[in-house]
Design a protein around this ligand. Structure first.
Ligand SMILES: [Zn+2]
Ligand SMILES: [Zn+2]
Length: 360
């Protein structure tokens, strides 16, 4: 870690915020473009693939039959009303006749014989009317049977015509979805590649915060916006690209580590005065106060000791691993302090040269 000056810390924090803000704006813009591009063509549906000529013919026949059946239903309703009124007529007449017969038996009038016959004829006629109404209903119901069967068969046909379109539609839909996905992939993958190039080449650029915002944006666009759009292909793409990125990262990390180690080795061969020139002032000051040797990067105080509030460094003047000078005495007043300090903290004497002289 670099021991950065305080303003530098705030500056880098502000730059991070700026990176995130720019990335957010880019994501918004990208989302807008994304939402416009794939919806350019209209979304397909199953009805686009149905044989419409067949379907219309069937629908026309269904309409006719439904109209016929409606008429039939109304006719039956009317006939039922008629039957009800006929039955009522007959029953009323029958009750009247029975009570009349009862009265007649009581009086035993023979001359009323022809009247009996006339009245029973009337009742029979009413019974016939009732029967006729019943037969009307039966006839009408019979008339409805055939159209109802045909209608059921037609509805079956209609379903078949619609179902026949399903495989074609599903095939077309898969293709459509793949097309949109490829389009999105073609937009986002180059962004990711550009980001990889930026990470490789522009990391030490002064404009890195701007590059970083682009990288954040491309990562978001690829892994968050593209992938959930299509879980079936998205999963593959996400994992394959994720694995590729992890492998690349591992490759470059290992290379960087090897480079670091070989650099350290060559550094260790050099005399201390030269080593000092290679180490950055702020880094060295920070590392020594943290208990880490700025030359070999190893800890020169044990962890247990570091736990206490102030690491007791009184007895460690040289790195126990590489012999690098960590603390030295001021040539003017003799105070022991960080060997990298430019000035003595006690007397203000420019002590840097002295510590180097002491080591040389
Ligand atoms: Zn060391
Ligand atoms: Zn001093």
């Amino acid at each position: 870690m670099k021991a950065v000056r305080r303003p530098m810390f705030w500056f880098s924090l502000a730059m991070w915020l700026l990176s995130i803000v720019i990335a957010g704006l880019l994501i918004q813009l990208g989302g807008l473009i994304m939402s416009d591009v794939p919806t350019a063509g209209k979304r397909i549906s199953q009805s686009d693939f149905v044989d419409n000529v067949k379907l219309e013919a069937i629908d026309a026949r269904i309409d006719t039959l439904e109209a016929t059946l409606l008429v039939n239903k109304n006719d039956i309703e009317d006939a039922r009303v008629r039957l009800k009124s006929r039955s009522l007529d007959y029953n009323t007449q029958l009750i009247n006749f029975r009570s009349w017969i009862a009265t007649r038996t009581a009086t035993e009038a023979d001359d009323q014989n022809s009247e009996v016959i006339k009245r029973s004829h009337e009742i029979e006629a009413l019974k016939l009317e009732e029967r006729k109404a019943e037969r009307d209903i039966e006839r009408l119901e019979q008339k409805g049977v055939e159209p109802r069967r045909t209608l059921a068969a037609l509805r079956q046909d209609r379903r078949q015509v619609i179902d026949a379109a399903r495989p074609i539609y599903e095939k077309a839909r898969k293709f459509e979805v793949l097309k949109v996905f490829m389009l999105r992939l073609a937009l986002t993958l180059p962004l990711l590649l550009i980001s990889a190039w930026m990470i490789a080449k522009k990391r030490s650029s002064h404009y890195w915060p701007i590059y970083r915002s682009f990288i954040l944006f491309s990562l978001f666009a690829f892994f968050v916006e593209l992938v959930p759009y299509l879980p079936s292909y998205g999963g593959y793409v996400r994992y394959i690209v994720g694995i590729a990125m992890a492998l690349l990262f591992a490759h470059f990390s290992i290379k960087a580590m090897m480079r670091y180690q070989s650099n350290k080795k060559t550094e260790e061969q050099k005399p201390e005065t030269e080593k000092r020139k290679l180490i950055e002032y702020e880094t060295a000051v920070k590392k020594i106060s943290d208990g880490v040797c700025p030359s070999c990067d190893r800890r020169f105080v044990t962890k247990a000791v570091r736990k206490s509030e102030k690491p007791p460094m009184a007895d460690v003047d040289y790195c126990v691993h590489c012999g690098f000078c960590l603390f030295s005495k001021c040539t003017n007043c003799g105070t022991r302090e960080n060997s990298f300090y430019n000035f003595c903290g006690t007397c203000g004497d420019p002590s840097k040269g002295s510590s180097n002289d002491a080591q040389a």
